[in-house]
Write a new protein. Structure first.
Length: 233
């Protein structure tokens, strides 16, 4: 049942995404059909089921996250990752054309400060602070895996449809981070998550009502920012 509902939700996301395409791209039946087929073919597939992957469900690997249609697929994948290498490669190829935002520092794994970055291999790499920049530049390979897992494909605020600010987020009970454009939006979402959930679905993120509840707050009074130990890593 869960499998079927998830498939329906992600199918709806693709339909909505096509419906939101520019008007010029929808002129003529053939053009509209071609746009829809392109959207469907570009959808990342779960390597286990070949169904649309839910970008809210993933595991981190050295090469970056792998996304699945449901949580049940994760354990089966982890038993023999090499068996699904070709399908994971196909998933990453489908995701390559999607916009993404770096939200965590590859050195500390903390939220990035978008004013602190360096150019590396033709792209901007962001950090939480200047101390982490030096560590990264001295040994980029050490942080290659962390950088590969530092992005989100949720690039738009589910409330205002504006670009997200990595510093404004809500961690849900299901362990997912939902990002917003400004402080007021996170409170609106927490107050009425079902109202804004469809805006996440169009970005490939399908969460259950239970998953969308805010996570219980953890007391971090005694936690520090320890650069001498790469923040615990």
């Amino acid at each position: 049942m869960k499998h079927g509902l998830l498939k329906m939700a992600l199918g709806l996301a693709l339909t909505l995404a096509v419906g939101l395409a520019p008007a010029a791209a929808q002129d003529g039946g053939d053009t509209k059909k071609g746009a829809k087929e392109k959207a469907v073919s570009a959808a990342p597939q779960c390597p286990m089921s070949d169904e649309p992957a839910n970008l809210a469900i993933s595991v981190a690997t050295d090469e970056g996250p792998v996304f699945f249609c449901c949580k049940g697929c994760i354990s089966e994948y982890q038993e023999d990752p090499k068996k699904y290498a070709a399908k994971v490669a196909a998933q990453r190829k489908a995701l390559a054309s999607r916009d993404r935002v770096q939200v965590t520092c590859p050195v500390s794994r903390e939220t990035v400060d978008q004013a602190v970055f360096v150019e590396s291999n033709g792209q901007q790499v962001y950090f939480c602070c200047k101390d982490c920049v030096g560590k990264y530049q001295r040994n980029p390979d050490k942080y290659r895996s962390a950088l590969a897992n530092s992005y989100t494909y949720q690039t738009k605020c589910p409330v205002m449809d504006e670009e997200i600010d990595p510093k404004v987020l809500t961690t849900t009970a299901g362990g997912q981070n939902i990002y917003f454009c400004c402080k007021g939006c996170d409170k609106k979402f927490v107050k009425n998550p079902s109202k804004y959930a469809p805006h996440l679905v169009t970005q490939g993120y399908s969460l259950t009502p239970a998953d969308m509840k805010p996570a219980k707050k953890v007391d971090k009074t005694h936690e520090g920012h320890d650069h001498d130990h790469d923040h615990g890593h």
